[in-house]
Every structure is written in structure tokens, then in C-alpha cells.
Write a protein that binds this ligand. Structure first.
Ligand SMILES: [Zn+2]
Length: 487
């Protein structure tokens, strides 16, 4: 007990936080059972903690409230009220939140726990159960939905190890291995040839414990229909990064979510062949050729809204190497030597090709316009990162880049925080416990030295990340990642 208090004090001091510890309570501290791998980053795990004089941004889109206190007890948010009201509330530790803001832990929707094997002879992905989850947590992400994997068992076991306090990371909600047809770019994407096979595989992963499915680019309508039907029978939602199927077809077949947005849609391709994915340039050219107020775009948006199909924004993966500021130099320092060399080679390829970059920028802007119009029409937009493992879009920094790009797309920082918290929680049906700051919800929250609701970039100034009411030292985790990300 005593030792832990010393750790709390010294870690808090390093963060410039004033922490007052009350007399140690009799309750056991929960992180005591954690592996030392995790325990080394725990700043605070007393059963009750109060954060005083803090601004609260609750994730619902409501403006910040200043002068608030938040009482965390046994992993839950017990009270949120004006600091005067809660001054007498007992707590094992009190943090002075002056000048700081608490936001809900981010709920990010297009995440991955894999990394490209830079030594592979052909596209090959290794699972990344250590650095990736650490980076998510350090950057304030407390819940992720993976969005497809080559390593179903690894991801499920990583989720369990994190739950049991053996690995550092957010809550991981696992999507099954990609549901795809033949003809993928990577040999690890097992092709599914017919509807019966689709049903068998979807059922297999449901039994294993996944909570989502991701359809990939090459699939037939027949197989997609079987996959959606089986998933829905199991009460599990389906998302997709589509190409062979148009957004319209998928919406009419009952898909729940579309990844990346209209920038990957094949809907505008003239004479598109059913069940076949055109070469990548073709749908992109068709999108770029649409006039700004195209009625075809409006029709598609209306259809998606009518069918309640959510869209996951993944602007960061399209902006990496295209905008000047992302990835930043500190991001690349997180990579190990070989992955860093590989990432720099990729970046040089973009940066040395102005025409390619200009085209990518136009596509990014078209996607931003779509996301604005989709939300304006009543659609549910969620935020994701898509860290594909090439090194430019990393878990952690990539999450913050995704949020900043949504602001650049024209959403207010408050809207963006909601998109990246409550919207993802609602879609997953877990908003009774995460996604916003409310009494009774899990104490998954981020203490930021700044006002991210006024300038989203200030989200980069994280002091503490609370998951289940246990506070982790963000900077110490980030420090530990230097030279460690990649496979
Ligand atoms: Zn992805």
C-alpha cells in the first residue's frame, strides 16, 4: 500500500499534478493482481478518486462545463457535479484538475492489431499484441473495435490478456478475420467461395467470441447475403470495405456499417460489372468526376441514412504522407529500425510524386465533403484510424490525426469528440457503460492539460488515461514505445 502511494505521488509530481492522498483505505488495490508489465504504468488505482476544478466535456456534444468535480469509485463514475457540491465527498486520492479537461475515453472503430512484415517476400501481416494496444491506451483510446484481421485467435487472446491485466491496452472488441472472396492482395485473407462456407465460417467465429464482422473487397452478393443473414441471426453487426459490391447493393442487403466512406465506393462506376471489383483508379476517377452537388451523391446518402447504415471515417489513412503534418517525426520514432526504413521509403514515394499527391488530396477532400453531407442528412458517422501496418498511420498518433482531420473536414471539435466517443459506443450497443461521461458509466476517461474542445490538437497533451477507474501514465507508455512499434 505504502509503496503504491509513493509511486502515485512521484508519478503525479512528474506530471505536474497536485495529488492529495487521504488516509489509505482498507480496500485492496485492483492493479495489485496485474502483471508487472501493466503495473509499471499504473499511476493510481485506489478504489476512490476525486478530480476537482476540472472542465468536463461529456462526449454528447454538449459544451464544456467548468469548475466540476468527478468522483470515481470502484471503476465507475459515481458523481459529476460542481466542485463546491462535491468538496466533502470522501475519496482515497484527490487530483487538482485546474487548467485541465476531462473527456471520455475514445471509442475508435477501425483499428488493427497487426503490422506488415517488412521482410516478407509477399504481403504478409504479423499480429501486434503489445505495442499497438499500448499506443491506443496512451493516446486516450479506451475502447477499440478491430476492423478485420488475419489473426482471429491472436486478437481474441489479446483482448483477454488485457482484460486480465496481463497486457496493456484498451478494451478490444474483436472483428472476425476478413470475410472475403477469392482474389485478395494478401495470401492470409482466406477466400470464401460459396454461401454455405460463409455461414459455417461466420458461425465458427461467433462461437469463438467475436462481436463484429468485416466484409472485404472481393465478395459476391450471394456470399455477402449469407454472411449478413448468419451474423444477424447471431445478433452481430456487419461492416465492410467494399468494392465488388456497391454501397447501394450492400445497404439494400442489410449491411450495418461501411468503412472509409465514399472514397472506396464503386457506385459511380459506369457499367460496373456485378460482383467484380474494378481497378482502383476507376471508382476514384468516377468520384472525382462527380459535380459538387451531384444528385447521384445525394441519392446515395439518402439511401444510407434511410437504411440506417453507419459510416466509419478513416481520414488519417488517406492523409498519411499527403498532408505535411502527418505522420509527424515523433510518430516515426516509435517504429523499430526496419519498419522505420520501410515507412520512410513509402513516404518518399508519395512526397516525390506531386501529381499523385495532388490526386490523393482531391480524393481526401471529396471524402470530407461526403462525411459532412452524410451527417447533415442525419447519418451516423464514427471515427477510425486504419493503421494498416506500413508505418505511416500508427495506432495512437493516427487516432489523433483522424480527429484533427475531421475538424479540417468542417466539424467542430465538440462534434468530433462525440463522433469519436458516443457514436461508436451507440453503434455497438455499449453506450450504457462507455462513450460519454455520466454517472454510473465505467470510469474510462482522459485528463488533458488543455482544451481539446476548442483546439482538437490539444488532445495531444494527455496526463492520465483512466480505464476502469485505474489511471495510466500516458507519457511513460509513449516513452516505452520508442523504437518498439513494427514487426
Ligand atoms: Zn483496415
Amino acid at each position: 500500500m505504502k509503496l503504491l502511494h509513493v509511486i502515485v505521488l512521484s508519478a503525479a509530481k512528474a506530471l505536474g499534478l497536485a495529488v492529495v492522498l487521504a488516509a489509505p483505505g482498507a480496500n485492496a488495490q485492483r492493479a495489485e493482481t496485474f502483471d508487472k508489465r501493466v503495473k509499471q504504468y499504473v499511476v493510481h488505482d485506489a478504489p476512490s478518486i476525486r478530480i476537482d476544478n476540472v472542465r468536463i466535456v461529456d462526449g454528447t456534444g454538449a459544451p464544456a462545463r467548468a469548475g466540476q468535480s468527478i468522483v470515481i469509485r470502484d471503476g465507475r463514475i459515481e458523481r459529476i457535479a460542481a466542485s463546491e457540491t462535491l468538496a466533502g465527498e470522501a475519496a482515497d486520492a484527490v487530483i487538482d484538475g485546474k487548467g485541465r479537461t476531462v473527456v471520455p475515453g475514445l471509442v475508435m472503430m477501425h483499428e488493427h492489431l497487426f503490422f506488415i512484415d517488412v521482410l516478407g517476400e509477399a504481403p504478409m501481416y504479423n499480429s501486434e499484441p503489445f505495442a499497438a494496444p499500448k499506443a491506443y491506451l496512451a493516446f486516450g483510446v479506451t475502447t477499440i473495435r478491430t476492423a478485420g484481421t488475419m489473426h482471429g485467435t491472436d486478437d481474441l487472446e489479446t483482448a483477454r490478456m488485457i482484460r486480465e491485466g496481463k497486457f496493456v491496452g484498451p478494451e478490444v472488441r474483436v472483428t472476425a478475420p476478413f470475410v472475403n472472396g477469392p482474389g485478395s492482395f494478401a495470401f492470409q485473407l482466406r477466400p470464401i467461395a460459396d454461401p454455405a462456407e460463409a455461414r459455417r465460417i461466420v458461425n465458427f467465429w461467433a462461437d469463438e467470441g467475436v462481436s463484429s464482422y468485416k466484409i472485404y473487397q472481393n465478395i459476391s452478393r450471394e456470399v455477402l447475403a449469407a454472411a449478413i443473414d448468419t451474423a444477424h441471426q447471431r445478433g452481430i453487426k456487419v461492416t465492410g470495405h467494399l468494392c465488388s459490391i456497391t454501397f447501394r447493393e450492400a445497404a439494400e442487403m442489410g449491411i450495418d456499417n461501411l468503412e472509409h466512406g465514399v472514397v472506396v465506393a464503386s457506385d459511380f462506376v459506369a457499367d460496373k460489372l456485378p460482383d467484380l471489383c474494378p481497378p482502383r483508379d476507376v471508382p476514384e476517377d468516377a468520384l472525382l468526376a462527380l459535380p459538387p452537388d451531384s444528385p447521384r451523391m445525394k441519392d446515395l446518402i439518402d439511401l444510407l441514412v434511410r437504411h440506417k447504415v453507419a459510416v466509419t471515417s478513416t481520414l488519417a489513412v488517406f492523409a498519411a504522407g499527403i498532408v505535411d503534418w502527418f505522420p509527424g517525426p515523433d510518430d516515426l520514432l516509435m517504429l523499430n529500425h526496419e519498419s522505420q526504413t520501410s515507412a520512410l521509403r513509402w513516404l518518399a514515394r508519395y512526397r516525390g510524386a506531386p501529381e499523385r499527391r495532388e490526386r490523393a488530396l482531391r480524393l481526401l477532400q471529396a471524402e470530407m465533403r461526403f462525411e459532412r453531407a452524410f451527417v447533415a442528412a442525419g447519418g451516423t458517422l464514427m471515427a477510425g484510424t486504419d493503421p494498416t501496418g506500413w508505418g505511416g498511420t500508427l495506432p495512437g498518433p493516427g487516432n489523433h490525426a483522424a480527429l484533427r482531420l475531421l475538424v479540417e473536414a468542417g466539424f467542430t471539435p465538440l462534434e468530433v469528440i462525440r463522433i469519436a466517443t458516443l457514436n461508436g459506443a451507440r453503434y455497438q450497443g455499449i453506450d450504457d457503460r462507455v462513450g460519454s461521461l455520466a454517472e454510473g458509466k465505467r470510469a474510462d476517461l482522459v485528463l488533458v492539460d488543455g482544451k481539446p474542445d476548442e483546439d482538437i490538437r490539444q488532445l495531444g497533451r494527455i496526463d492520465l488515461v483512466f480505464k476502469d477507474g485505474i489511471a495510466y501514465d500516458s507519457k511513460k507508455i509513449v516513452e516505452s514505445l520508442k523504437g518498439k512499434v513494427g514487426r
